[in-house]
Design a protein around this ligand. Structure first.
Ligand code: HEM
Length: 453
């Protein structure tokens, strides 16, 4: 397929993780509806600074997304708002979404979130990327001055984030390896055919995996303005790195109680589905193989149908079961999983832990972010039907061992011969402390929003 994308209108984050700009900050803003005019003027001005998917900025990039409350506070009318997908207008913090996502309620639910909860909703997300800490700080300072001058917006949080030189997340594993590629782009030419998906899975207005144009919100005098946009899921999580490695340590000791670092690391890889280097367990079942690190060209059905290498319930295998969703039907499995892919854009924050077995009291985690044109069919489906589903892969009781909503009966099964091994009492290693669903408009839609009123 030729590249049919209207790149000059598409925000860069949809096609790029900006790995050449490792310093980043996510600024969360609210709009004062009493000063919607000022907010729209600010939006019109910042539209000129948005980095698009055409070309590459060397020093810094700016992308912008809005929640449903943000659109309403800018003055978008009810009819236009209702043309957005229901999960988006509901919001991630709604009781129904919490139920679907398996998010805690009560003491650790949205009511307690640091941002994005019912008492502290956010309207705007600015994603700021730079090639150095100096340029990132300069960008933040410039934008802060523009926000102050608008008299219409307030900053609720500035979330620091970065890509570490090794590109690993804090548990110590390479992140961002398993990823779809949009058909027609340069990425798709280099990707394994099974990872190439239609643009409409990530961009409104383009053909999706059902052969239809992905539904766009009805914006502007012409319906076309919704085109080139997408949804962005943001989940601010904390990671208990020492808790993770201490648990693995206890489960991997020798019969006489001695530490076994090799067994510990293997067990960690079994939880994730890839080794620390990123090498898939389906291809490297016994030990890490850094030569395979970046590979995304593999299936489970052909290499590891029974989960002896990569457990059936490992995080990466649940999050994308590839050709093994249905037993003995690899082609049909691939067709189905292609409809549930997400484009991950997360970034870690917080200091690296010095010794992963020793708690240091510092906070660290992952700003999990992903793009999808259909929140319910892509992100929520992955979370509800694969990650948090106890009967996924006919396992029976367990959920994702890395990020699942664990209960008291938490289990992780390792398929092996002669008998499987069941690890019990798996705690939660990841906690959600904020989040929201955002709309990433095309640049022309952004300009149009700036003219409302
Ligand atoms: C703190 C939270 C999380 C951590 C630390 C984490 C970590 C990882 C790691 C280490 C990998 C393997 C390397 C890779 O392919 O990039 C991975 C893969 C993946 N994760 Fe997560 N993850 C987290 C949350 C989530 C959530 C909430 C979802 C979706 C609901 C998700 C979806 C995926 C997907 C789709 C893959 C790629 C699977 C593949 O294509 O093979 N992750 N994650």
């Amino acid at each position: 397929m030729a590249d049919l994308l209207e790149r000059a209108d598409i925000q860069g984050i949809i096609l790029s993780g900006y790995v050449h700009l490792p310093w980043s900050a996510f600024m969360l803003l609210t709009i004062d509806p009493a000063h919607a005019g000022g907010a729209r003027r600010w939006l019109g001005a910042i539209a000129d600074a948005i980095t698009t998917a055409e070309g590459k900025e060397d020093a810094s990039s700016v992308n912008l997304a809005l929640t449903a409350t943000g659109l309403a506070n800018l003055g978008l009318d009810r009819t236009a708002l209702d043309s957005f997908a229901i999960p988006f207008t509901d919001g991630m913090n709604s009781p129904l979404r919490s139920r679907i996502l398996g998010d805690a309620t009560g003491d650790t639910g949205p009511e307690q979130w640091r941002w994005g909860g019912p008492h502290n909703p956010v309207d705007v997300l600015l994603m700021l990327y730079a090639d150095s800490d100096r340029n990132r700080d300069a960008l933040v300072a410039r934008i802060r001055a523009e926000i102050a001058a608008s008299g219409a917006l307030a900053e609720c949080a500035l979330l620091d984030a970065g890509l570490y030189p090794d590109r690993n997340e804090h548990f110590g594993f390479a992140d961002g390896v398993g990823q779809p590629a949009i058909d027609g782009t340069g990425h798709a030419k280099r990707a394994h055919a099974a990872n190439v998906v239609n643009p409409g899975e990530f961009l409104f207005g383009y053909e999706n995996e059902y052969g239809y144009a992905a539904e766009a919100p009805a914006l502007g005098p012409k319906r076309d303005l919704g085109k080139n946009g997408s949804y962005l899921v943001f989940r601010h999580t904390t990671q208990d790195v020492a808790g993770f490695w201490q648990f693995l340590d206890r489960q991997s000791r020798t019969p006489d109680g001695r530490e076994d670092p090799v067994a510990r690391e293997r067990l960690g890889a079994k939880f994730v589905g890839r080794w620390k280097s990123g090498a898939p367990l389906a291809l490297a079942p016994d030990a890490d193989d850094p030569n395979l690190g970046a590979t995304d060209a593999f299936g489970y059905a052909e290499n590891d149908a029974h989960g002896f290498g990569c457990p059936l319930g490992a995080h990466a295998r649940r999050a994308n079961p590839r050709d093994a969703l249905l037993t003995d039907k690899p082609a049909e499995s691939l067709k189905r999983t292609a409809r549930h892919r997400i484009m991950r854009r997360g970034r870690s924050y917080g200091p690296r832990i010095a010794d992963p077995l020793v708690p240091d009291g510092q906070e660290r985690g992952l700003h999990f972010m992903c793009l999808c044109a259909n929140i319910a069919r892509q992100f929520e489906f992955v979370q509800q039907t694969w990650i948090n589903n106890p009967v996924f892969g006919e396992l029976g009781v367990e959920v994702d061992p890395l990020v699942g909503a664990q209960s008291d009966a938490a289990v992780m099964t390792l398929q092996q011969t002669p008998v499987r091994r069941r690890i019990t009492g798996v705690p939660s290693f990841v906690r959600l402390v904020g989040g929201a669903y955002f709309f990433v408009p095309g640049v022309s839609a952004l300009r149009w929003l700036a003219t409302l009123g």
